[in-house]
Write a protein that binds this ligand. Structure first.
Ligand code: COA
Length: 332
């Protein structure tokens, strides 16, 4: 093991030799949803002592959507993703919903979404905060490898409900949204070539929210750890996939802060132009951020068949996760 820095995110020398199964799950449908109410930086400058210039320079964010509900946003994104995949909701075998802002303590928001969509399959919430979608993707691919035919994976968060709108050091960063993908078991070549899931619970206190409370964040410490975590997770997943960083056509980083993304990509040797970006118009939407950026890149034709896509996230926990996916698009 090689320690990257004092915070302990590590590159695993053995990653290349390890035997994670090569999963066969093809993404056949995708969609996103943002709630209607949009808050620009100028709107925020009327609520707290801040400015459009400060927010853009320190984070790269220009606007965010607020007042979303996880189940509602998930249902809308899921319906569109299922329609694209031409999958009837009753044919879904498993629903995975990555969220850290479930609408209620219990039941899981996935149960509400399942009912709204008219499905009867198993439904699970996954809480790995902003790394949740990648945790969910790796989990879904293992289910596909194990024989499950059709999986609906959603990343959805409503951070506006746990944001202290009087605290300028946090409220400028967060927003709401959802992204959904349909994953269907494929008999063809593997699509998930490498992955890495990490958690450093010793740092849980740097980004925290009590039940019924608001987000507490040590911004500088989160920043420092995020850069190292992104680098380590991506390096491990690439090593396991047995591919070089130059082989990657598109990177989909967690959309938290342009400076974090820029610093991590520099350490990895990837030009910023290779990154999918929606941060400017969404802010940090936690588990929704990676699917929002991925779908935006897909919709803009930035991914070709057989391209390698690197998804990489980090978040409260501190959790981090990366996946190297060979893009195997639906055939019709
Ligand atoms: N508008 C104007 N000024 C602000 C401000 C705002 N919204 N928020 C903080 N400031 C002020 C601070 O009070 C400080 O003033 P001072 O020098 O008089 O004390 C100054 O700006 C610099 O603050 P600082 O905290 O040093 O800024 P920064 O460059 O570290 O940027 C963050 C702050 C939060 C943008 C940055 O630390 C960050 O992005 N951290 C990671 C957060 C994150 O990604 N969280 C989610 C992870 S999933």
């Amino acid at each position: 093991m090689v320690t990257l820095g004092p915070v302990g995110y590590t590159v695993d020398d053995k990653a290349q030799e390890s035997e994670h199964p090569m999963a066969h799950g093809r993404i056949t449908g995708w969609a996103t949803h943002l709630p209607e109410r949009r808050l620009t930086n100028h709107d925020l400058a009327e609520m707290v002592d801040t400015s459009d210039e400060w927010i853009r320079e320190r984070s790269g964010i220009g606007a965010r959507h607020v007042d979303g509900r996880v189940s509602e946003m998930s249902v809308i994104a899921s319906r569109d993703a299922l329609a694209m995949a031409k999958v009837d909701p009753t044919d879904v075998d498993l629903l995975l919903l990555a969220t850290c802002t479930s609408d209620q303590q219990f039941p899981a928001s996935s149960s509400v979404v399942q009912h709204e969509l008219g499905m009867s399959c198993g439904a699970i919430d996954i809480n790995a905060a902003c790394s949740g979608f990648v945790y969910g993707l790796v989990t879904a691919m293992q289910f596909a490898e194990g024989g499950v035919e059709t999986i609906l994976l959603v990343g959805s968060d409503a951070l506006s409900g746990i944001t202290d709108w009087t605290d300028r050091s946090t409220c400028v960063l967060f927003g709401d949204g959802a992204g959904a993908v349909v994953i269907q078991r494929s008999a063809d070549t593997p699509t998930l070539l490498g992955w890495d899931l990490m958690s450093d619970g010793s740092a849980a206190g740097v980004l925290w929210c009590e039940h019924g409370g608001k987000i507490f964040m040590n911004g500088k410490e989160v920043f420092r750890r995020a850069v190292l975590a992104l680098e380590a997770a991506a390096t491990n997943a690439l090593a396991q996939a047995g591919v070089d960083i130059d082989d990657v056509a598109l990177v989909v980083p967690h959309q938290a802060n342009i400076r974090i993304i820029d610093a991590a990509l520099k350490r990895l040797g990837i030009p910023l132009e290779k990154a999918a970006m929606v941060l400017e118009r969404t802010g940090n939407t936690s588990a929704a951020s990676i699917p929002l950026a991925l779908v935006d890149a897909l919709d803009h034709g930035r991914v070709m068949p057989n391209d390698l896509v690197l998804l990489v996230g980090f978040g409260a926990g501190m959790s981090s996760a990366a996946a190297v996916v060979r893009w195997d698009p639906p055939t019709s």
